[in-house]
Design a protein around this ligand. Structure first.
Ligand code: GLN
Length: 544
C-alpha cells in the first residue's frame, strides 16, 4: 500500500481555521474507514512551540510523549480521537537542526548543502517515513503560514515535488470577505492569492472558502472560473454554530465523495454509526435549557487562543451535562488589590470558576483572591496546574495562617515556599523541552471528588510544569482539612488537592489536553456538573 496525500495550504492569510479544515477532512476519511492522520509543517525556526509566549502563538499543546506542539494538534486530537507523537510535527527548527547536524557528520561530503534538493528531500523523507511507520492510507498535511511567506517556502516546494511522485490532492483555504455596506462577497483577494499558488507551481484541486455567510452561486462561479476548477470544487466553509459541525457540512456538500474520488479511493463505505454519533454530539453543544456562567480567571486573556483546550474541554463537558455555557474571560490582574465587594461584583454572577495554567508572577495575587472568593462562598472551583498552585498558596495563607506563603517561582525569598522547584528541575539550565512534560499517572484516593470524577484509582493526564507542592506543608494542610486526592504512584508528588465539604479541586496536570467531544475530561465533567448544581441551588434561593 502506498500512502496518498492531501495537502492543505493557505494562500491568503492565516488564522482562518486551516487546522479545523485539516481535522475535518481527516475525520471524514476516518469515517470512510481509511487510516488517515494529519502532519503539520510550521515554518518558524524554533525547534518546537515550548519557548513561545502564548500571546505570540496561542496555546502550547502537549502530546502524550511530552512534545510541545502547535495548538492545531489540539484540534486534530479532538476531532480524530487519536493520540499523536512528535513525528507529526515538523518545524523549520527541526528540519535545519537535523540538516546541519548531518552536514557536520559528513553526510553530504563533497556537496554544497542546498534548500533544493537537500532540505526538500529531507522533508519528503520525513513525511513518507511517518506515513509508513503509522501505516497511513492517507496523510493530510497542513502547511502552516501562507503561500508566499519566506518561512514556509521550502515546505510548499517540497509538496510540489511530492506531487510529482505520489498521489497528492491540494486543498487551498481562502477567505471571502463580505462588505457590510453593499452586502456583497468579494472574490478579488482569492483571485490574487491564486496567482501566488500558481507561481509556486501548485494547481489546487479544491478551494475551501471561509466566509461569514453561505457562498452565493455567483461567488462560487467566479472563484471556480479564476481557479480553473469546476464549481463543485469550491467548498463552502461559512460560520456555523460550532466547529464540530464542519465535517458534517462538508459531507452535506458532497466534499467527501469528491475528495475520495480525487484520491482515487473507494467511496462506498461511510460508517453510519460514527456519522450519526458525531452528528448527535455536535448537536448537543449549547442545546440545554440551563445557562451557566463560567469564568476563566487567567493572565493571557486578550488572546482566547491561549486557553483553547480549556475552552473546548468546557464545550465538551457542557454538552455532556446538557447545559449551555456563557464564558466570562477575566484578567486576573484586575482582581488585585481590590476589596471584597469589588471582587464579588466581578465574579459574583458565576456558577463556577477556573484558574488555568500560566508562568511568571504577573496576575498571581488576583488569582489568589479568586480562589479565596470561591472557597468562602461555596463557588465550584477548578484549578489547572498554576490553578492548583495558587489554591495551595491561598489555603496556606488564609486557612493555615502560614505567613509569607508563596511559590518560589514568584518570590524566591518567600518565608514559606508552599510551591517549590521540582528536584529534577534544579540542575536544568536550558529552557526548551526541559519541563516535566507529557503523560504521567496519578494515584487517586477513594471517596474523594477526584475519585468520583475518574471512577478509578489511577488517572493519566498530561503535564507541563517545573514547580510542585512542597511536602513539608502536607501535614499542616491535611490537619486543616485540605485533601490530597491524587499523588504520583510513589506518593511523593502531590498531583491533586481538594477542599472538604464543597467542590474545589486543583490538579497539577492539564486535563483539558485530553478532552474530546466524545469523551470529556473527567475533572471538567465533574466541575460542570457541580456548577450546574450550584446554579440550580442559587436559582431556588433567588425564587424564595
Ligand atoms: N508556572 C508553574 C510551573 O512551572 C505552572 C505551570 C503551568 O501552569 N503549566 O510549575
Amino acid at each position: 500500500m502506498q500512502t496518498k496525500y492531501v495537502v492543505v495550504i493557505g494562500s491568503l492569510l492565516s488564522g482562518i481555521g486551516k487546522g479545523v479544515v485539516t481535522a475535518s477532512i481527516t475525520k471524514i476519511l476516518g469515517m470512510y474507514g481509511y487510516n488517515a492522520m494529519p502532519l503539520k509543517f510550521d515554518g518558524y525556526l524554533n525547534y518546537d512551540c515550548g519557548t513561545m509566549n502564548p500571546y505570540r502563538h496561542g496555546e502550547v499543546f502537549v502530546l502524550e510523549d511530552g512534545s510541545e506542539v502547535d495548538m492545531d494538534f489540539g484540534e486534530y486530537e479532538r476531532f480524530i480521537d487519536r493520540d499523536f507523537n512528535n513525528a507529526f510535527s515538523l518545524t523549520g527548527g527541526k528540519v535545519f537542526s537535523e540538516i546541519i547536524s548531518n552536514e557536520r557528520k559528513g553526510k553530504f561530503l563533497g556537496r554544497d548543502v542546498q534548500i533544493i534538493p537537500h532540505v526538500t528531500d529531507f522533508i519528503i523523507d520525513r513525511v513518507e517515513k511517518t506515513a509508513e511507520d503509522n501505516k497511513l492510507e492517507v496523510m493530510v498535511i497542513e502547511v502552516g503560514g501562507t503561500v508566499g511567506d519566506i518561512e514556509n517556502s521550502y515546505f510548499v516546494e517540497a509538496m510540489r515535488q511530492l506531487a510529482l511522485k505520489r498521489k497528492v490532492v491540494f486543498v487551498n483555504t481562502t477567505f471571502v470577505p463580505e462588505l457590510e455596506t453593499v452586502g456583497e462577497q468579494k472574490t478579488k483577494p482569492t483571485q490574487i492569492a491564486m496567482r501566488g499558488l500558481m507561481q509556486a507551481g501548485i494547481q489546487p484541486n479544491f478551494i475551501v472558502c471561509r466566509s461569514k455567510n453561505k457562498l452565493t452561486a455567483e461567488t462560487r462561479n467566479k472563484i471556480a472560473y479564476f481557479a480553473n476548477l469546476p464549481k463543485e470544487a469550491i467548498i463552502d466553509d461559512h460560520d456555523l454554530e460550532n466547529i464540530y459541525k464542519i465535517p458534517l457540512d462538508f459531507i452535506r456538500q458532497g466534499f467527501d465523495k469528491l475528495i475520495l474520488s480525487a484520491l482515487e479511493l473507494d467511496s462506498g463505505r461511510i460508517n453510519k454509526e460514527e456519522l450519526e454519533s458525531w452528528d448527535s454530539n455536535s448537536k448537543a453543544i449549547n442545546a440545554g435549557n440551563d445557562i451557566l456562567n463560567i469564568a476563566i480567571v487567567g493572565k493571557y486573556m486578550s488572546l482566547h487562543d491561549s486557553y483553547k483546550s480549556v475552552k473546548e474541554a468546557i464545550v465538551h463537558s457542557a454538552a455532556s451535562n446538557n447545559v449551555k455555557v456563557n464564558l466570562n474571560w477575566i484578567e486576573s490582574e484586575e482582581l488585585e488589590g481590590e476589596g471584597e465587594s469589588r471582587i464579588r461584583e466581578t465574579l459574583g454572577t458565576n456558577d463556577g470558576i477556573i484558574v488555568p495554567g500560566g508562568f511568571g508572577g504577573r496576575g498571581i495575587e488576583g488569582m489568589i483572591n479568586t480562589v479565596r472568593y470561591c472557597r468562602e462562598n461555596g463557588v465550584p472551583y477548578l484549578g489547572l496546574c498554576l490553578g492548583m498552585q495558587v489554591m495551595a498558596i491561598e489555603f496556606a495563607r488564609n486557612v493555615c495562617n502560614i505567613e509569607g506563603s508563596n511559590s518560589a517561582e514568584f518570590d524566591k525569598g518567600a518565608e514559606n515556599k508552599i510551591i517549590v522547584l521540582m528536584d529534577d528541575q534544579k540542575k536544568v539550565i536550558d529552557k526548551g523541552g526541559t519541563m516535566r512534560l507529557g503523560s504521567f499517572p496519578a494515584k487517586i484516593k477513594e471517596g474523594t471528588e477526584a475519585y468520583k470524577a475518574y471512577g478509578s484509582q489511577l488517572a493519566h493526564e498530561r503535564h507541563r510544569h517545573r514547580y510542585e507542592f512542597n511536602n513539608d506543608y502536607r501535614e499542616a494542610f491535611e490537619n486543616k482539612g485540605m485533601v490530597v486526592s491524587g499523588t504520583s504512584p510513589d506518593g511523593k508528588l502531590v498531583e491533586m488537592l481538594e477542599w472538604k465539604g464543597q467542590f474545589g479541586i486543583g490538579t497539577q496536570a492539564h486535563p483539558e489536553l485530553k478532552s474530546r467531544l466524545v469523551r470529556p475530561a473527567p475533572l471538567f465533567n465533574r466541575f460542570i456538573h457541580e456548577s450546574r448544581s450550584f446554579h440550580l441551588r442559587r436559582k431556588d434561593r433567588d425564587i424564595i
